[in-house]
Design a protein around this ligand. Structure first.
Ligand code: RBZ
Ligand code: NIO
Length: 336
């Protein structure tokens, strides 16, 4: 078993003042520890984007109509979305899995799978968004995707999401799992104005109240009642990645809500996580703090779709190369 001390010793033997590559060294050490090697690999790598719709959109909580989910699925698959472009730039294989959008089924391919649990969740403002069975089914699909990706050789995994209305679900999850006031975890999402925002606050507050007054103490059921199919699938994806000791790069607010579900249901999952960035959505830093993850970037991004995770892939490449390719003081003949 390669321990942190041995990894640190190797890092300190490389031709640089100890610690001078700052957080790049932290990333390098994490890759080495998770992969149990001093020559970590960052390719091939895979991002899986999970898509689904949200019944709560009928409450007027998003600046966009639910139909945009379907249009963006098509856009992602035809290469025009930010995630598609960044996946190409960073040479990351992208697959989209529709776990519950309002779309008509399309033909499955290597890059697309349609396995809709339902045509969108139920409206969480009025009733539980999904049953515990649907939650477990969604998680299972995520697990299958992580397992297949690793089986196909992926050394690094990332997940992302597409689902109009999903910041409302993520806000509910954050308030419950971090036990913080609702105002700390609600933001404009994909561009809510003040009117939409105040409706969103009302909806989240009433869903939280319902859970707090009606919960039978089953945490998975509480989570399911405000979750999205894509969020549950990402949680399953992260749990399986951790089980398989595979490094996963976490994206924005919604992905991090799923990451916290993973940590709650499978303790220690966070040890395999790298937080790519801190989103402009206010709840994101609350979730990162709870997970004790320090994001690599703080670039005011607020898109989701896996874009933050994709953006940092070259940083992981650099960390791996530093570890595997730099000369040591001894090999370079430099006396310390
Ligand atoms: C064109 C477009 C592309 C996106 N890609 C990701 N999102 C992001 O915004 C949505 C969540 O925000 P809200 O909860 O406010 O609806 C999700 O689909 C998320 O992936 C997008 C949103 C839009 C409009
Ligand atoms: O940070 C995110 O994941 C995010 C923020 C706003 C809208 N959609 C996603």
């Amino acid at each position: 078993m390669l321990n942190i001390k041995e990894i640190q010793t190797h890092l300190d033997n490389l031709t640089k003042p100890p610690g001078s590559l700052g957080r790049l060294e932290e990333v390098a050490a994490k890759l080495c520890f998770c992969q149990q090697t001093l020559k970590p690999q960052t390719r091939p790598r895979q991002i899986v984007l999970f898509a689904a719709d949200h019944g709560v959109v009928e409450e007027g909580v998003s600046a966009w109509p639910a139909e945009v989910t379907e249009l963006m699925i098509d856009n992602i698959l035809s290469g025009g979305a930010a995630s598609s472009v960044l996946a190409k730039t960073t040479q990351t294989q992208l697959k989209l899995v529709d776990v519950g959008s309002l779309c008509q089924n399309k033909k499955d391919s290597k890059f697309y799978r349609c396995v809709q649990i339902a045509k969108g969740t139920a409206n969480l403002a009025k009733v539980p968004a999904m049953t515990k069975e649907q939650f477990e089914k969604s998680m299972q699909i995520g697990k299958e995707e992580a397992e297949n990706a690793v089986k196909n050789g992926a050394k690094i995994l990332a997940a992302g999401e597409m689902g109009i209305g999903n910041t409302t679900a993520a806000s509910c999850l954050s308030a419950i799992l971090c036990d913080v006031p609702v105002e700390n975890v609600i933001g404009p999402g994909a561009g809510a104005d003040d009117k939409i925002l105040s409706r969103k606050i009302q909806v989240v507050c009433s869903a939280i109240k319902r859970i707090r007054t009606q919960s039978n103490g089953n945490l998975a059921e509480d989570i399911a009642s405000v979750c999205g199919f894509e969020i549950a699938a990402m949680a399953g994806f992260y749990i399986k990645a951790a089980e398989l000791k595979t490094v996963m790069v976490i994206d924005g607010f919604i992905s991090t809500a799923a990451a916290l579900i993973a940590e709650v249901l499978f303790k220690g999952s966070r040890d395999y996580m790298i937080a790519s960035h801190c989103s402009a959505e206010p709840g994101h830093k609350v979730l990162l703090k709870k997970l004790q993850l320090k994001p690599l970037l703080d670039w005011s991004m607020r898109l989701g779709e896996g874009t933050g995770a994709l953006l940092v892939m070259p940083l992981l490449d650099s960390a791996a190369d530093v570890m595997a390719k730099m000369a040591t003081f001894e090999s370079a003949g430099i006396k310390r």
